[in-house]
Design a protein around this ligand. Structure first.
Ligand code: PNS
Length: 161
């Protein structure tokens, strides 16, 4: 069955990649859907978030990266996706994801599988990565090398501008 890992991925972290790798192991074929949440301010535009994930997933056969817009269940219907895969870090994630999973099942008959994040990455969030990087901290232990490089370049450009 084809699965989707949807998200903003601003930027993609080792926590996201852990979930994507485990989703491929479970379902064989995974679309990483890169969307835009209008409530969020993004560091990277959609094109760059797509490129960074493509690079980070290049070693994973069975993974395809795609922009995502509109309703997630419509995307699933159009692309033959049968299951949404989400990572859970803590109880707060579950409360939000449960509501989404229930709604997506009602409006689109799509199932959601929630995977507990590996203990190594449970503390990670893209928001924290952006904050650490913007304050001059080292994020190389949390994100792929190209992402760390691109964040450093963005932060430097913002400081100069
Ligand atoms: O968790 P994120 O990073 O905010 O996810 C962003 C995105 C765009 C993937 C997410 O907001 C999403 O799934 N949007 C689809 C809109 C939708 O289907 N909404 C109804 C859910 S019940």
């Amino acid at each position: 069955m084809k699965a989707i890992c949807p998200g903003s991925f601003d930027p993609v972290t080792y926590g996201h990649l852990d979930i994507i790798e485990r989703a491929v192991a479970l379902f064989g074929e995974v679309i990483v859907g890169v969307g835009r949440n209008s409530a969020k301010n993004y560091l990277f535009e959609t094109d760059e978030r797509l490129r960074l994930i493509e690079d980070a997933c290049a070693h994973l056969p069975g993974v395809q990266v795609s922009p995502l817009s509109g309703l997630l269940v419509d995307f699933c219907a159009e692309h033959g996706v049968g299951v949404i895969v989400k990572g859970l870090r803590f109880a707060g994630d579950f409360e939000f994801e449960l509501q989404m999973a229930q709604l997506n099942r009602v409006i689109g008959e799509v199932e959601t599988v929630m995977l507990p994040t590996s203990k190594d990455w449970g503390h990670l969030s893209s928001t924290m990565i952006r904050e650490i990087a913007s304050l001059g901290g080292d994020v190389s232990g949390f994100v792929p090398p190209l992402v760390a490089e691109r964040i450093a370049a963005k932060v430097a450009a913002r400081r100069e501008g």
